[in-house]
Design a protein around this ligand. Structure first.
Ligand code: VAH
Length: 311
């Protein structure tokens, strides 16, 4: 059975729906610190669970006979800059609990998300390699870089089958933007529909690596279903799809809403975005476990506007 920790989050919400459709709703236990929306709550078993409480996580794992854990709970970049110690404690302690459950053979497999936030201002900005200088300057990035080191350590030392990918900014319509620096690229669609204008907290040339959620969910299941011997990297795999800046996503939206206007009021999140790469080299993921993105910017805009327009 599968346990999703952080099932109400941006990725967790869609991962729960996908895995339940694939394995059956009783095989996938959703959990989070608070209840989710009605659709999630009535779509299968749910547990209120604090990812930082080892005993509580262990109890849910044992009671539901969990074999695979997707640890999706974390505090994202912008919020973690406001609450550094809370961000560090949540992102790290939750990971240690799940790694130790696997070390003690209480679970068999772990998925843990890392992020392009592990790269910092001194990292090469374009076609960023899998292995390169990584001096993250955000609490979130530091926690993800450290988490990657621990995942690799637990694999090498204890044989823990933990798999991880460095997600770029993820764009989706099923959940509201949640404290991420890349979340401007979600909010812009909501505001384009509601107000036909958007005040962007990043400047117009801020190019960032991004991906539509359906591609991210497919990458997550691809890496989890790959034979263990194909997973050559046990820290975390670079993953890429599309890179764009606010000007380019605006042009994409204006193909549907010609009168849409953007203005720029960069805030503290500009420095976070400036510390991250503009494009990522994901050849290792493509070679090792058959990764390949599908959704380009204009198709993503079609999907986002169509689904948000219906809400
Ligand atoms: C954030 N969406 O903005 C996340 C992600 C690369 C960005 O890690 O914090």
């Amino acid at each position: 059975r599968i346990l999703i920790i952080g099932a109400c989050g941006q990725i967790g919400t869609e991962l729960t729906v996908y895995l339940r459709s694939k394995f059956g709703k009783h095989k996938v236990i959703a959990s989070d610190i608070r209840e989710g929306d009605e659709e999630l709550m009535k779509s299968g078993p749910f547990e209120i669970l604090d990812a930082m409480d080892y005993d509580a996580v262990e109890e849910v794992v044992m009671r539901h006979e969990i074999t695979d854990v997707y640890l999706m709970a974390a505090m994202l970049s912008a919020t973690a800059e406001k609450f550094p110690m809370k961000g560090w404690n949540l992102n790290m302690n939750s990971l240690f609990h799940v790694l130790n459950l696997a070390k003690d053979k209480k679970i068999e497999k772990i998925f843990w998300p890392s992020s392009i936030a592990v790269f910092g201002p001194t990292t090469p900005k374009t076609d960023t390699p899998q292995r390169t200088v990584m001096e993250p300057s955000t609490v979130y990035g530091i926690s993800k870089q450290t988490g990657e080191r621990w995942c690799e350590y637990y694999f090498n030392r204890y044989g823990v089958d933990v798999r991880s990918i460095r997600y770029p900014g993820l764009i989706s319509y099923k959940t509201l933007p949640g404290g991420g620096t890349t979340d401007y690229a979600i909010d812009i669609y909501h505001k384009a529909i509601k107000h036909k204008k958007y005040i962007c907290f990043l400047n117009s040339e801020t190019t960032l690596p991004m991906m539509f959620m359906d591609d991210a969910i497919r990458a997550t299941t691809n890496i989890m279903e790959a034979p263990a011997e194909n997973i050559k990297i046990r820290s975390s795999y670079n993953l890429a799809a599309i890179s764009f800046n606010p000007e380019e996503i605006t042009a994409s939206i204006q193909k549907h809403i010609p009168e849409f206007k953007i203005s720029y009021e960069p805030d503290f999140r500009q420095a976070i975005a400036d510390s991250w790469p503009q494009s990522i080299n994901d050849s290792d993921a493509r070679n090792d476990w058959g990764w390949g993105h599908k959704i380009e910017l204009d198709e993503m805009t079609n999907i986002m506007l169509e689904n948000l327009g219906k809400k």
